[in-house]
Write a protein that binds this ligand. Sequence first.
Ligand code: HEC
Ligand code: HEC
Ligand code: HEC
Ligand code: HEC
Ligand code: HEC
Ligand code: HEC
Length: 379
Amino acid sequence: MYRPERYTLLWDPEGSILLILLIFFFCTTVHAGEYHATKEETFSKTTETLVCSQCHTMHGTQGGQSMIYTGGALPGRALIRAATIVQLCLTCHENNSLGMSNPTPPDIWNNTLGYIPSAGDFNDRNPSTQNEQNRHSVGQSNVTPPGSNPTFSIDYFSCISCHDQHGNTNFRNLKKRPGNASADITVNYSLNGSGTCSDGTSSPCDVDNTTGGSNLVKYYRANVTFIKTPSDTNGIPAWCGGCHTDFHGAGGASNMGGSLSGDTGSSPWLRHPVRDVDINEANANLHADRTFWAGITTERVRVVNPDNTAPSSTNADEQPFCLSCHYAHGGGNPNNATDPTLDHSNLVMIDSQGKINLDSTYSASSGRLRNVCQQCHNQ
Ligand code: HEC
Ligand code: HEC
Ligand code: HEC
Ligand code: HEC
Ligand code: HEC
Ligand code: HEC
């Protein structure tokens, strides 16, 4: 059996201290990348949000009752309060089963909180159907990331393959060395686009959480923008490339083709560009239509936008990257009942009204991947 967090905390051996601390934690606004982190790892360096007892138990029982959220008396590996790491995280991040509030844990598994989650959704709209083809298959063993080079396999693919469970200064606590990465990859962030970045470097940062820190609102897709300047080895595309090595690289690299200024006529791409090249260059190379891109009145696909300014028919420095076409966790499954083969590869699709496939008003009958491509290419 499991008991709600607030009761187990009251009965915790460290009870009185924790209770006081928790009142402090939960009444304080926490910012992006600020949760499950020591205060030194947070943006403002004032609020501690790493609460050991949310995830660990020393013996498995307290007052003779189970401390394990999923039941039983024996803690999981590393003394965690669930049989597996994915179950531990989902205790709070699926359906808020402990009823936490202030802050409320974002729901990442069939989110019903009424907003479009920035990371996408592991189980959008189809709680009864597990669509492994359209999400990162967390919970599975011995999986190989497509494009990994050298090829490697992950023994147990889980939330902590990508997130640091004890926090760090990256956006959303993204691990600094995912997969094969041999050096730290930062995905730093700013709050409301100004000041220094989360790792202490000066702006521009990789990510701008435009509404600052308020709970849940900061997880809305519309409130997360990607602004890092070109030709960097940090940021989201490099980070995804920590596992999907061959799918990321500078223009001109052997796995990518192209050149730093795009395909100027003699340097065709071998894989879709994911950094360096922007719509200004693509427009000059006659591969994209800048005027069309600037004129879009529905939601634009996500891009890295170094000047953080909307495009015009004469200036569009936006670059395509992984999250232009993919969701980080998983995509929408609106076709699942009729044609599951259309929902795969965590892809973003857009319907004839310009709605993306995670939007509850998205129409599967008019939704196409090509509507994503056409925003830039207008072929
Ligand atoms: C006891 C409940 C609980 C458990 C268990 C839990 N979380 Fe959380 N998590 C939260 C809450 C609450 C928030 C933050 C809300 C906020 O800051 O607005 C959060 C936020 C996060 C965030 C976003 C941080 C940010 O930058 O805003 C990530 C990533 C995350 N959790 C991952 C995990 C992972 C991975 C696990 C399992 C190892 C896990 N969580 C287990 C409650 C929990
Ligand atoms: C959000 C959930 C979460 C919180 C909060 C948390 N841990 Fe952990 N911790 C984990 C998970 C998951 C593992 C990894 C288990 C594995 O890899 O098998 C882990 C591993 C550990 C380990 C062993 C590996 C290592 O990193 O040294 C220690 C020690 C540890 N945690 C201590 C702590 C302490 C102390 C706190 C509070 C300051 C804390 N944890 C808070 C989830 C959490
Ligand atoms: C820790 C390693 C790791 C990182 C980092 C990582 N992935 Fe993956 N990815 C995998 C593995 C393993 C698979 C194969 C198993 C599966 O389908 O989930 C995969 C599969 C995929 C798939 C195919 C999904 C399917 O079901 O066919 C896509 C698309 C994808 N990843 C995109 C991304 C993007 C975009 C990022 C960055 C936001 C990213 N990945 C970061 C490990 C990773
Ligand atoms: C393949 C890497 C990967 C895996 C696996 C993964 N995440 Fe994430 N997660 C990300 C990225 C990247 C983001 C930020 C995406 C964005 O803002 O567009 C994110 C964002 C989040 C957020 C913030 C909510 C949001 O909508 O942005 C939470 C909470 C979170 N992850 C928890 C989890 C939990 C819990 C698991 C395991 C069930 C998990 N993640 C597995 C990469 C991953
Ligand atoms: C956010 C804008 C954007 C989106 C969305 C986008 N692309 Fe691209 N694409 C570009 C840019 C920029 C280039 C580089 C053009 C250059 O080198 O001049 C490019 C290059 C290409 C190339 C290579 C052209 C060459 O000359 O080698 C192809 C093919 C392509 N895209 C197809 C697609 C398809 C198919 C989709 C949808 C699945 C898509 N693109 C989505 C911006 C985008
Ligand atoms: C222009 C759109 C676009 C961009 C940008 C893009 N992808 Fe993809 N991705 C796709 C499409 C479409 C597929 C389906 C397979 C295909 O067409 O190659 C796919 C498939 C994948 C797969 C699954 C491959 C497999 O074997 O199942 C992974 C992993 C992946 N992408 C990761 C990434 C990563 C990581 C990035 C950024 C470094 C990225 N993608 C950028 C459109 C894109």
